[in-house]
Design a protein around this ligand. Sequence first.
Ligand code: ADP
Ligand code: ADP
Ligand code: ADP
Length: 213
Amino acid sequence: KRLILIGPPGSGKGTQSPIIKDEYCLCHLATGDMLRAAVAAQTPLGIKAKEAMDKGELVSDDLVVGIIDEALKKPSCQKGFILDGFPRTVVQAQKLDEMLEKRGVKVDKVLNFAIDDAILEERITGRWIHPASGRTYHTKFAPPKVPGLDDVSGEPLIQRKDDTAAVLKSRLEAFHKQTEPVIDYYNKGSIVANLPAEKPPKDVTAEVQKVLS
Ligand code: ADP
Ligand code: ADP
Ligand code: ADP
């Protein structure tokens, strides 16, 4: 399967991704994770992306399109993929169509994580991440067994620098202005499925399974 996950920050994309990925043996490409890794490694790409990311603005289309074009070549992506956080603009969606056309494949489903903005601040400010695995916790909704430590490895959890109420505001603005039009773009092909992203994780997973079966 070739899937796209669209939803505002904190809507649960990163939480559902590993479950979908394992069930269908897909590769998981999260542009946010890839960009953060590039920033941490201070690669030329990371240096270019950092300023926009810190402000909660989108990085340039060319930059993320380049990352995805490269990543789609991985052997693990040949059977199918989950794009998490890409495309985030209509230009990115058009470029993706071109990339897939070249490879003779197309997008099967777009999962739209539908949720009210009001819920997102609590989700974002309570989020803790284990960077090495991508595992995500929440102080209230999904607390780790030991506060501040990953359940599996025992390693420290971190909070993302952009997971503050102030930066969330710009990220939401970017979502409504630049990313919501992408949903309409895919709606024309009737491949969008709306998920009840406000419900508990299990209910969201159940809906995903229904949509993909
Ligand atoms: P995204 O990848 O869309 O930004 P995450 O999956 O990282 O969002 O979720 C944001 C935060 O909310 C995390 O701390 C996560 O544990 C928590 N969370 C995810 N899904 C739910 C849910 N359905 N109900 C409550 N909290 C959730
Ligand atoms: P979220 O938890 O908000 O869904 P991500 O981890 O997907 O956040 O993205 C973090 C930041 O990385 C974004 O605020 C943006 O600056 C940048 N970014 C990620 N994906 C893209 C993309 N497809 N286009 C432009 N910028 C992106
Ligand atoms: P690649 O495609 O090279 O395998 P990944 O998608 O695995 O790249 O992302 C690189 C790493 O960045 C992952 O281990 C991911 O979990 C990690 N990561 C996610 N969030 C953060 C964060 N907030 N800070 C640092 N690293 C993070």
